[in-house]
Design a protein. Structure first.
Length: 512
């Protein structure tokens, strides 16, 4: 039996390939004697001077470059059902929280997010109206595909699922701008001039690495500075019913607070209030150092949820830069309601007054992203408004928010109806960081004024009908005498700024 010539006669195709210069670049110009010498003593051949080896290495290098130019394979699913707020897709695998889009026949597209799955089917929540979606419409993933980095352009891998999800613009290019929950400008000032992006979900900070609250924050409101002193990096809730003046109080703090950057998240509120807040409350000077994220009530529940996370992500970026950020979110209740709509739509059972359990898991996850960063970073001082239905302080969202925040400021409807602005109820309000950042003298003065205020309210009916006899209660006598001074101290005009030093001086004068 004759053995085949393994050099070139293994097959006609191989022979043709070996003779093709373009395909494998065969060695030319090497005589037979040299080839026989190489075969006789391969171990003595110096590889860098082996022409055949060099050409193969060059060919493989070109192949590697071509591989990096190849576009990744694009996998698509299909829409099989649309019911209410939920679309069902099949034929594609994506993680919870993944972003996708559905092309429309008119050239547009509907963006959606994976909020659950049922077997092999994905449950999608659209970000906008689903008009134009047809049965069998394709679904494409918007996740960032992980590819091998080029040797000369190395980059860290995206290990977290959130890092491979959709990114949104952050950074200094957003200052002075008004954007929606997707990072698109709403102020007709052109595109956002920033190349820095970040996912909606920030990294969890080790609680032992957080810097403690050690500095006071001047918010420019006398009643808060003196009686409910705020620390830099503190998270407080502003509890109020409708029409009690919470937006005006937020505007005062936005204008007068000593912060490097202000991030405002208007979540689920009336669209009319967005322009009013920007033009009448913030003003040009306040807007210049602010970023406003607007997700009003007429957008989808997913966009309202996304708007709150986006505003927090913007604040986190500024904190990483070492800046002190004031985050104002109006309101935390609308955020919870948006999560309730999504949870109920995908079949989660309600638990407390119609709120599913996932709502009470989302609230602390959002709030804990704010506060002080690690030592050497900046801080995020956050004010969240909490709507109390019927002024009920035991509302499930209000009760849950009160437990996870570092303090709460309660606005009283009775005070607002009597013309007392800001209508802060200092009896029900508390700042849990005040005892760590204020002096003993300040704490004693605030406690005494609170006792005088409370003692008068407890006996107000007796005083009104003339049943109280002066001298029966020395503390109440002082409260009656200083009643007008205390009311004047706790009230403040919207255009009046009362900074920390002046607030403390007026507190001392009021109780002195």
């Amino acid at each position: 039996m004759t053995e085949p010539n393994t050099a070139v006669d293994a097959s006609p195709e191989l022979a043709e390939a070996l003779n093709n210069d373009v395909a494998i670049a065969p060695v030319t110009g090497v005589d037979t004697a040299t080839a026989q010498a190489d075969a006789a003593a391969p171990h003595t051949q110096d590889l860098p001077h082996n022409v055949h080896n060099q050409r193969w290495q060059s060919y493989l290098k070109d192949c590697r470059e071509l591989i990096h130019l190849v576009e990744p394979l694009e996998v698509a699913g299909r829409i099989v059902k649309v019911t209410g707020l939920i679309m069902v897709a099949t034929g594609i695998k994506m993680p919870i929280g993944g972003a996708c889009f559905i092309p429309l026949q008119d050239g547009g597209r509907v963006e959606a997010e994976v909020v659950g799955f049922d077997g092999e089917n994905l449950l999608l929540m659209p970000q906008s109206a689903v008009d134009g979606v047809v049965p069998g419409a394709k679904v494409f993933s918007m996740e960032i595909t992980e590819t091998l980095p080029k040797p000369q352009f190395g980059r860290p891998p995206r290990r977290r699922a959130q890092d491979r999800a959709r990114h949104f613009p952050v950074g200094d290019g957003l200052l002075g701008r008004v954007v929606d929950a997707a990072g698109n400008p709403l102020d007709n000032l052109g595109p956002i001039s920033t190349e820095v992006t970040a996912p909606l979900s920030g990294r969890v900070i080790n609680p032992l690495m957080r810097a403690p609250i050690e500095e006071t924050l001047d918010v420019g409101v006398r009643a808060i500075n003196a009686m409910l002193t705020v620390g830099r990096g503190q998270r407080l809730g502003l509890f109020a019913g409708s029409g009690v003046g919470k937006s005006v109080l937020l505007g005062m703090m936005a204008r007068y607070t000593t912060a490097d950057v202000i991030v405002v998240g208007l979540i689920g509120e009336r669209g009319r209030e967005v322009q009013e807040f920007i033009e009448q409350i913030l003003g040009p000077e306040g807007l210049a150092r602010s970023v406003v994220v607007a997700a009003p009530a007429d957008v989808s529940a997913l966009m309202r949820l996304q708007g709150a996370n986006y505003a927090t992500a913007i604040a986190e970026r500024f904190r990483q830069q070492g800046k002190n950020v004031l985050l104002i979110m109006d309101s935390l209740t609308r955020y919870a309601m948006a999560q309730r709509e999504i949870a109920l739509a995908i079949g989660e059972p309600p638990a407390t007054k119609g709120y599913p359990p996932s709502v009470f898991a989302k609230l602390p996850a959002l709030v804990e992203r704010t506060g002080n960063g690690a030592r050497g970073e900046g801080s995020i001082t956050a004010f969240y408004t909490v709507l109390t239905e019927g002024d009920d302080q035991q509302d499930p969202i209000a009760d849950s928010a009160r437990a996870i925040l570092d303090g709460h400021i309660v606005l009283n409807r009775t005070l607002a109806e009597s013309g007392h602005y800001p209508a802060i109820d200092i009896e029900q309000s508390i700042s849990r960081a005040m005892h760590n950042i204020t002096s003993k003298e300040h704490q004693q003065a605030a406690r005494l004024l609170k006792q005088l205020y409370s003692r008068y309210l407890r006996n107000q009916d007796l005083i009104a009908v003339g049943a109280y006899q002066p001298g029966s209660d020395p503390m109440l006598d002082i409260a009656i005498k200083k009643r007008d001074q205390i009311n004047a101290f706790l009230q403040q005009d919207i255009d009046e700024a009362a900074y920390m030093q002046d607030s403390l001086q007026q507190l001392a004068n009021t109780i002195g």
